[in-house]
Design a protein around this ligand. Structure first.
Ligand SMILES: CCCCCCCCCCCCC/C=C/[C@@H](O)[C@H](COP(=O)(O)O)NC(=O)CCCCC
Ligand code: ADP
Ligand code: CA
Length: 550
């Protein structure tokens, strides 16, 4: 760990004073990047250290970029009730009557951030004002911080707490950081999407915030991406269109049922943590998959595109929305018991070397070196010489089979139900998606595979599971003619649970297909082609931070 004194000695001091903090005299130093204070008398014997926000017995440092705000505060006796200390506090507040308070990001456990306050007492008003002014000047140099936000709240997401969460936990922090917010509480599904597409005056804002779950986030992505393409004259219905990245960043205040996009980009589903990432102006690029059916644009996907198991869970869970987040557990069990499989053909274009592979155990973390290469979908796919294009055609692989699940994870899809996610080594912004094929297997084997979504074991280490890192893939469900049964050696499937043909002449062809769950929304078509659009959007996040050594 770097010694704080050495760090501070190397940095030009913008301001340095002897002030009081919690009845102790401290030396407070501000450099361009760090606000540092240490107790004056006892400091020689004690070591001091630094981290983004660090604390030894008597020295502290906070990075300027993680200061939320500074303001003048009323005199404060720090709640000290012991008589001796109260007397000392009174004397001190007479000698140092002017107080300013710095609010800053403090890391707690499990990637959670909190906003902490530290107050410094000054002898003169001029000195107090000077500190406020100089800190504010440094904050104003942080141009990545948003000043005006457009906030959409889904009042019905998750446990229907979106409005309360925003008003009680987020709005006070935005006010403290002097961020102004225009708030729209949505009145129906697609309200936010359509408002962003056509009505909203986006020039006024530095970012868009959604309060809700993955479905609400998906609305915001559709609104912003479509608006950006319209503004730039790009036709997003063309599968080979090169999409223009969105300039506005998106913030997610988690208030939904799964919230896997928030979890996978921040490391926790906590509204205060997310609000602080927005305030400090973090920026995390993210891949977006565009999904087409022939020439028809269907949807964008950021997290999970799931056919078979996850598609069926979602279809069933939509009928149980009234249960809130618990609907997924019930539908999960029901779908697992029905044990359906679906036949079809998957074709995919594997990535070239250099992008790792889904089993390399390299996890995408804050500042990820794999995502820092800008692997645009364009430089590899659309701008190829004829020869390269030809050899690319040869590189397409095709698999025909019976699958219990086909999952494309553009990010890990970690969430509280699955803390490592469906593809623990998937990357947020590498221009690829991890295509996971779970072939028909016994119920017990599938259970063993599912169980690994919840623990640390390698979920791909099964003979019936294969995984490929791809830029693009296609799926074509098997078009059945009248067949008596999928596999004659299998017993007929029970009606009610099974979407497969039941073997009678009344066989319903459409039921031979599952549906795609696309970030929690059902797609209308089973035959799709998918292309990853590298770093199409940016979030107010920084990726999951490595846990800090204290
Ligand atoms: C034997 C125990 C098996 C437990 C398996 C649990 C695996 C959970 C993996 C969840 C992956 C989640 C990927 C994200 C999907 C969301 O986009 C989607 C919509 O979210 P929201 O709008 O916030 O509701 N959520 C789901 O599809 C939930 C899937 C849950 C399946 C049990
Ligand atoms: N005011 C509203 N009334 C009904 N549905 C809405 C409203 N606002 C948004 N939605 C829709 O609700 C769905 C679920 O939202 P989401 O916030 O993801 O919650 P959850 O995580 O519980 O599914 C999304 O598809 C979104 O389009
Ligand atoms: Ca990716």
């Amino acid at each position: 760990m770097t010694r704080l004194n050495e760090v501070m000695d190397k940095q030009p001091r913008l301001l340095s004073s002897k002030l009081f903090q919690k009845h102790r005299q401290v030396e407070v130093v501000l450099s361009r990047s760090v606000l540092y204070w240490k107790e004056i008398e006892k400091s020689r014997k004690r070591s001091s250290c630094t981290s983004r926000e660090s604390e030894t017995a008597h020295s502290h440092a906070v990075q300027v970029c993680e200061i939320v705000a500074v303001h003048k505060s009323e005199e404060d006796d720090q709640g000290d009730t012991k008589r001796g200390r109260l007397k000392k506090a009174k004397q001190q507040s007479q000698l140092y009557p002017h107080t300013f308070t710095v609010s800053y990001v403090r890391r707690t456990r499990q990637h959670q951030w909190r906003c902490s306050d530290v107050s410094f007492h000054c002898a003169s008003q001029a000195l107090c004002q000077q500190w406020i002014q100089v800190i504010n000047e440094q904050l104003s140099l942080l141009t990545n911080r948003p000043k005006r936000l457009l906030v959409y709240i889904n009042p019905y997401g998750g446990k229907q707490q979106g409005k309360r969460i925003y008003e009680q936990k987020v709005a006070p922090l935005f006010r403290r950081a002097c961020i102004s917010a225009d708030v729209i509480v949505t009145e129906c599904a697609n309200h936010a999407r359509d408002h962003l597409k056509t009505e909203a005056n986006l020039d006024k804002y530095d970012g868009v915030v959604c309060v809700g779950g993955d479905g609400m986030f998906s609305e915001i992505v559709h609104g912003l991406v479509t608006r950006t393409q319209t503004d730039h004259g790009v036709d997003q219905s063309r599968a080979d269109a090169e999409l223009v990245p969105c300039s506005l960043r998106i913030g997610i205040i988690p208030a939904g049922s799964t919230d896997c996009i928030c979890f996978g980009t921040v490391g926790t589903n906590d509204p205060v943590t997310s609000a602080l990432h927005i305030i400090v102006g973090d920026s995390q690029p993210m891949d977006v998959c565009s999904v087409h059916h022939g020439d028809v644009f269907l949807r964008y996907s950021v997290s999970l595109l799931g056919y078979g198991f996850y598609g069926d869970v979602l279809t069933d869970s939509e009928r149980k929305r009234w249960l809130g987040p618990a609907r997924y557990d019930l539908s999960g069990v029901k779908t697992f018991l029905s044990h359906n499989y679906y036949e079809g053909t998957v074709s995919y274009l594997p990535t070239a070397d250099g992008l790792g592979n889904p089993r390399d155990k390299v996890q995408c973390r804050s500042g990820c070196h794999i995502c820092q290469h800008k692997h645009s979908s364009k430089d590899k796919q659309w701008e190829m010489s004829e020869e390269e294009e030809k050899s690319d055609k040869d590189r397409w692989s095709t698999i025909h089979g019976k699958f219990i699940a086909i999952n494309a994870a553009s990010m890990s899809c970690a969430c509280p139900r699955s803390p490592k996610g469906l593809s623990p080594s998937a990357h947020l912004a590498d221009g690829t998606t991890d295509l996971i094929l779970v072939r028909k297997c016994s119920r017990l084997d599938f259970f063993r595979h599912l169980l690994r979504h919840t623990n640390k074991d390698d979920q791909f280490d099964h003979s019936f599971v294969e995984v490929h890192r791809v830029r693009t893939f296609r799926f074509q469900p098997f078009q059945k003619q009248l067949v008596s049964r999928e596999d004659p050696s299998e017993p007929p499937k029970k009606k009610g649970f099974s979407p497969m043909c039941s073997g009678q002449t009344t066989c319903n062809y459409s039921k031979a297909h599952s549906s795609w769950s696309c970030d929690g929304e059902i797609l209308k078509h089973a035959a799709i082609q998918v292309s990853v659009q590298c770093q199409l959007i940016r979030l107010f996040a920084r990726g999951i931070e490595e846990q800090q050594k204290q």
